[in-house]
Design a protein around this ligand. Structure first.
Ligand code: BDR
Ligand code: CA
Length: 320
C-alpha cells in the first residue's frame, strides 16, 4: 500500500489549553509534518503564548520545533484575552518547566510568508487563534492566497450564539478586521466553527482514563483540562471540555469526519452589539460567490476516540 508523504503544516496558535492539545495531536500524528508554530495574541498575552508553545513542544519531546512570535495585539481593536477560560497563564493548572528553547528571531508573519512561498501548493496553514498574523501575512504578500495549499480556521459561530459576546465567537471577535481581511483575500479557506466544535467534548471520564496510564503527557492533559472543565461546568453545566482546536487541525488528515458546504461569509465590523459575528449567506441572497468551505457536521465521537488513542500512543512513545 502506498502511504502518502506527510502534509507540511504550519500551525498559527495562541496556546491556550485546547491549542496545547492541538499541538500534541499534531506532533503525535504521522500524517502531517508540523513544520512550525507561529504564535499570536489571544487566549493569553503573546509572551505567555510563546512560553506555552515552547513548553508544550518540549513536553512532547520536540524542543527543536520552530516557534516564532507574531503579533501581540489585534489590528485595530484593543486586545482581549481569555484567561478566565484558560487560566492565569493560559494552560489551566498545568505548570510546565521552562526549557532552554527560545523562539526564532524571525517574526511569525515573515515565517508564514517564507515557508508558504518556498513551496507553492504544498503547505497547509491551520489557524486556531485570532487571525492577526495570517491577515498581515496576506497584506504583506498577497500571492500567499494562491500559494498556500489550504487554510483551515477554527472560529466563528453560524448557527449558535457566541462564546464571547451574545453573537460572536472568540477567535473572530479578538480580531474581527483580521478575519475579514482573510475572508476577502481569495485564500482557499475551510472554517471549523464553534457551533460544531463545542460538541467535540472530552469528558472527565476520558481524562481520568488517560491519567491512569501515567506519564507526563496524561498528567499535563489532566492538570490543564481540570481548569477548562471547571470553566465548562460553571458556564454550561457539564463535566467536560470542548476541544475546538484539535478538531480543526485534524481536518488536514481526517477530512472524512466532516461534512461541508460552500458558502459566502463576512464578518460584522460596524455594530458594537454584534461586532465579530460571522454572517453566512445560507440562502445565497448576496449574489456573492462562496469564499468558505464551512464544516456543517462532524463525527465528534469518532474524533474523540481517535484523539485519545493518539495521546496514549504519544505517552507510550515518550515512556519508552
Ligand atoms: C477558540 O477560542 C479559544 O479560546 C480556543 O483556543 C479556540 O481557539 C474557541 O472559540
Ligand atoms: Ca486557540
Amino acid at each position: 500500500m502506498n502511504v502518502p508523504p506527510p502534509r507540511r503544516v504550519l500551525l498559527d496558535t495562541d496556546p491556550g489549553i485546547d491549542d496545547a492539545l492541538a499541538i500534541l495531536l499534531g506532533l503525535a500524528s504521522p500524517e502531517i509534518d508540523l513544520a512550525a508554530l507561529s504564535v499570536v495574541h489571544g487566549n493569553c498575552t503573546l509572551v505567555e503564548a510563546v512560553t506555552n508553545a515552547l513548553a508544550i513542544a518540549g513536553l512532547a519531546g520536540r524542543p527543536d520545533l520552530t516557534v516564532a512570535a507574531g503579533c501581540d495585539r489585534p489590528l485595530l481593536r484593543p486586545p482581549v484575552t481569555a484567561h478566565d477560560t484558560h487560566g492565569t497563564h493560559g494552560l489551566g493548572y498545568a505548570r510546565l518547566p521552562w526549557g532552554a528553547a527560545q523562539p526564532v528571531a524571525e517574526h511569525a508573519v515573515d515565517l508564514l510568508i517564507r515557508e508558504i512561498m518556498a513551496a507553492p501548493g504544498e503547505v497547509t496553514l491551520v489557524a486556531i487563534g485570532p487571525l492577526t498574523n495570517v491577515a498581515l501575512a496576506l497584506r504583506k504578500e498577497p500571492r500567499l492566497a494562491q500559494a498556500v495549499r489550504e487554510c483551515i480556521f477554527m472560529g466563528g459561530a453560524f448557527r449558535a450564539e457566541g462564546n464571547i459576546t451574545p453573537l460572536a465567537e472568540f477567535n473572530v471577535f479578538a480580531d474581527p478586521h483580521a478575519a475579514q481581511i482573510v475572508l476577502s483575500s481569495g485564500i482557499p479557506l475551510t472554517i471549523m466553527p464553534w457551533d460544531i466544535t463545542r460538541d467535540v467534548r472530552l469528558s472527565q471520564g476520558d481524562v481520568d482514563r488517560l491519567l491512569a496510564r501515567g506519564g507526563p503527557i496524561p498528567r499535563f492533559i489532566a492538570e490543564a483540562t481540570r481548569y477548562y472543565i471547571e470553566f465548562h461546568l460553571r458556564e454550561f453545566g457539564w463535566a467536560g471540555c470542548s476541544i475546538n482546536d484539535p478538531a480543526a487541525l485534524a481536518l488536514v488528515w481526517w477530512p472524512e469526519l466532516a461534512q461541508t458546504r460552500d458558502i459566502y461569509v463576512e464578518v460584522e465590523l460596524t455594530s458594537e452589539l454584534t461586532l465579530g459575528k460571522t454572517v453566512g449567506d445560507v440562502g445565497g441572497k448576496s449574489g456573492c460567490a462562496p469564499n468558505v468551505r464551512l464544516v456543517e457536521s462532524f463525527d465528534a465521537t469518532e474524533f474523540v476516540a481517535r484523539f485519545l488513542r493518539r495521546m496514549e500512543e504519544l505517552a507510550e512513545r515518550l515512556a519508552g
